[in-house]
Design a protein around this ligand. Structure first.
Ligand code: FES
Length: 64
């Protein structure tokens, strides 16, 4: 399913970016070699980061 219409990014692409360590929407866009256009997808990407980032194997602590 396409979540970012501007950049034609699928949920699978976004999930892979999160699995590879993306923890902010800008990280996800960078992983996919693009940039935010309209920003409509940012909320969905944040939700995915929270869901996958907190339960996936790539969970990292926020030590800053
Ligand atoms: S839908 Fe993702 S930047 Fe527009």
């Amino acid at each position: 399913m396409i979540l970012c219409l501007c950049n034609a990014l699928s949920d699978a692409q976004l999930a892979e970016a999160v699995a590879q360590g993306a923890r902010r929407p800008r990280d996800v866009y960078a992983h996919c070699a693009c940039k935010a256009q309209c920003g409509t997808c940012a909320r969905a990407i944040l939700s995915m980061i929270r869901d996958l980032g907190s339960s996936g194997p790539a969970t990292q602590s926020q030590a800053s």
